[in-house]
Design a protein around this ligand. Structure first.
Ligand SMILES: [Ca+2]
Ligand SMILES: [Ca+2]
Ligand SMILES: [Ca+2]
Length: 224
């Protein structure tokens, strides 16, 4: 009897069986996860952080992201915004290598906004408290997701005080060498120096629980 699949159909069926066998023998394919996080930020600069020779409260704000994963990440389609409004303040591009950080200054955001007819507010980090959000927004309505969100409490908005993740644990602390914080709110002070564009460095021992969950809960309790 002639096969209804024909020679090409039989060949295709054999190929599918062979592929299935190979996949079964190889086991599950390991997922490569992009682990991007907001790593450090400064809401209230009081000096020339972007190195353009002048201090400006807007241009010298900065935000740093970190690739905690084990493979490079394409940053296309990633955006920063704060708690106010729906407008993105900055759109990333380029590749971020595994373990690498990328810093965005307020002046970078102003330049991006000028190129995209998106105002001129810069990063717009409120010194009195804010929320910074990292979004993935590809031109596909199915691919819109929040990648990381960090509440910025008012005490983290002190002049030249950065807020960032401890190396290793990724818990939130203050990098407050330039303006030490002596209170007991989260994130706690460490006396360590801000590191815009560089890996966070700090050997201080932070408060027992400066995890994101604790920070978020404490910040929520501050709100009316
Ligand atoms: Ca600010
Ligand atoms: Ca400057
Ligand atoms: Ca840093």
């Amino acid at each position: 009897m002639k096969s209804i699949l024909g020679p090409r159909g039989l060949c295709l069926r054999f190929s599918i069986l062979l592929l299935g066998l190979i996949v079964a023998l190889a086991g599950p394919v390991p997922a490569v996860r992009a682990e991007l996080v907001i790593n450090e930020l400064m809401a209230a600069p009081a000096r020339d952080w972007n190195g353009d020779g002048t201090f400006d409260y807007k241009n010298d704000e900065w935000v740093e992201i970190l690739n905690t994963g084990s493979s490079p990440v394409d940053l296309t389609g990633l955006y920063l915004k704060d708690a106010t409004g729906d407008e993105y303040h900055y759109g990333f591009e380029g590749i971020l290598e595994a373990g690498a950080v990328k810093v965005v200054y307020g002046s970078d955001a102003v330049a991006w906004q000028a190129d995209h007819d998106a105002g001129s507010t810069g990063l717009s980090l409120n010194n009195g408290g804010d929320t910074l959000e990292l979004w993935r927004d590809l031109d596909d309505p199915r691919v819109l997701s929040v990648v990381d969100v960090v509440p910025i409490p008012a005490h983290a908005g002190g002049s030249d005080r950065a807020m960032g993740r401890m190396p290793g644990t990724l818990d939130w602390v203050l990098f407050d060498a330039l303006n030490p914080y002596g209170g007991d709110l989260l994130p706690p002070g460490t006396g360590c120096a801000p590191t815009p564009g560089g890996t966070n460095l700090c050997s201080a021992v932070p408060a027992a629980d400066s995890s994101f969950g604790a920070l978020k809960a404490e910040h929520a309790a501050d709100r009316p």
